[in-house]
Design a protein around this ligand. Structure first.
Ligand code: FMN
Length: 404
């Protein structure tokens, strides 16, 4: 059965929802599913903007068949050919052999590299600033390299102010009938998944996102809709989401608050983390969040580290090293380019305590603009009452730095 929705009078969402995929990119859990968005414009010429994952191809075809009502598809615009969007390209070419495909040079190269059979089809290579008319609608193509693959572009429909934003402004979470961000309580129910999507998928490419935002800033008054390839379409309060993207891509925290991430085998480091959280709250901090790194998927840890201004890392020493799961979190923060955070450290060990020095070295040598507070809580096996003043000093140092 077809399942489509109007974005505008002649533009339709023809994508699909996926509740079966457990790990996005085979790594990030998506308990609320994900949507693969594709859009069909019915102008003098019909235009499909992007396709969907192979698993959702059938739904896309049913949606298109319903709207095209026997007519062939005239154009296929590929903003982003990554397989979760591009896997159905070949099927579209088979069913619509005369369709003209519009995309970037790099995108066609990658399609061939993935083994897509393009020979015999009309391929139109576009670059930054090129325009195309489909009848009433004229679009401009804008390069968006590394948002989040090198071949990516976005397409702006200057007639109706629709920005087909590829992976930018996307979110985890299946739509399940809703289409627009204003049809859900985005700030309550979606923002955490949107942040987790951005920070883990595109987080590394902040400067490239900033470049795209600068291009968008030039036409901000003309953008009426943002149509991403995952998650809701934006038609109201666009500034809310653009501002989030601006913070995330500049690696600026959204909120003053403390994330305490702890690694503990027998509970003693965890108890110290709890004692610190209690001290912080007693000293008036209202935004404190605790995470056991062993039980929290690193994609959630990354998302929280982008959200909050202060991070406490509490780790046992493990074979003269940092506890492996904590080390993995540090490596991921580095890989995703997280910067500009204040970090406090708690270390633990029973015979040769190393984790504090090692975490500090990693933060200072491997990452950018990370401020490590001088006060460190160092414990031998368990936190004893004689460390109460050190604990309090660490809490006070965090509070003081939050006031700056
Ligand atoms: C496999 C393993 C390796 C460890 N390696 C070290 C080490 O190199 N240096 C050290 O001081 N303690 C080491 N420890 C001890 C723990 O760091 C220590 O007992 C810690 O206090 C446990 O804290 P927890 O209760 O939060 O798990 C090791 C423990 C285990 C199980």
């Amino acid at each position: 059965m077809y399942c489509v929705r109007n974005v505008t009078e002649d533009l339709y969402w023809v994508g699909a929802n996926d509740h079966r995929l457990t790990l996005f990119e085979n790594i990030h859990p998506i308990p609320r599913g994900v949507s693969y968005n594709a859009y069909l414009l019915l102008d003098e010429h019909s235009v499909l903007f992007d396709t969907v994952d192979w698993s959702a191809c059938r739904q896309l075809l049913e949606n298109m068949d319903y709207l095209l009502a026997g007519k062939p598809l005239d154009y296929l615009v590929i903003n982003h050919m990554e397989p979760d969007h591009g896997a159905s390209i070949e099927e579209i070419l088979l069913r619509h052999p005369k369709v003209k495909v519009i995309s970037t040079e790099k995108s066609f190269l990658l399609m061939r590299q993935f083994g897509f059979q393009l020979d015999g089809h009309e391929l139109i290579e576009v670059k930054e600033g090129d325009t195309w008319s489909f009848g009433r609608h004229t679009v401009t193509f804008v390069a968006a390299p590394m948002v989040h693959w090198p071949e990516a572009m976005v397409t702006f429909d200057t007639t109706d102010g629709v920005l087909f934003s590829a992976d930018a402004f996307g979110s985890f979470g299946a739509l399940d009938g809703k289409l627009f961000a204003d049809e859900v309580n985005f700030d309550r129910d979606w923002i955490d998944d949107a942040r987790r999507y951005f920070t883990n998928i595109v987080g590394k490419y902040g400067p490239h996102v900033q470049l795209l935002l600068k291009k968008a800033a030039g036409i901000l008054d003309q953008i009426r809709y943002i149509c991403p390839l995952h998650g809701p379409v934006w038609r109201q309060d666009l500034g809310y989401f653009i501002d989030k993207y601006d913070h995330w891509s500049r690696y600026e925290p959204e909120e003053k608050g403390v994330m305490i991430a702890y690694a503990s085998m027998y509970g003693n480091t965890e108890a110290a983390a709890q004692a610190l959280a209690t001290q912080l709250c007693a000293q008036g901090v209202t935004n404190v969040w605790m995470y056991d790194v062993s039980n929290t998927h690193v994609s959630y840890l990354i998302s929280e580290s982008f959200r909050l201004s202060h991070i406490v890392l509490a780790s046992v020493t493990y074979n003269l090293g940092i506890y492996p799961v904590m080390h993995n979190f540090l490596m991921d923060m580095k890989a995703l380019n997280l910067q500009n955070r204040t970090v406090a450290l708690i270390e633990n060990g029973s015979w040769a305590v190393k984790s504090g020095d090692l975490m500090q070295k990693f933060l200072e040598d491997e990452m950018k603009n990370m401020t490590v507070l001088n006060d460190r809580l160092s414990m031998a096996s368990a936190l004893h009452p004689d460390k109460a003043s050190e604990l309090q000093a660490l809490a006070s140092a965090i509070v003081k730095s939050m006031q700056n």
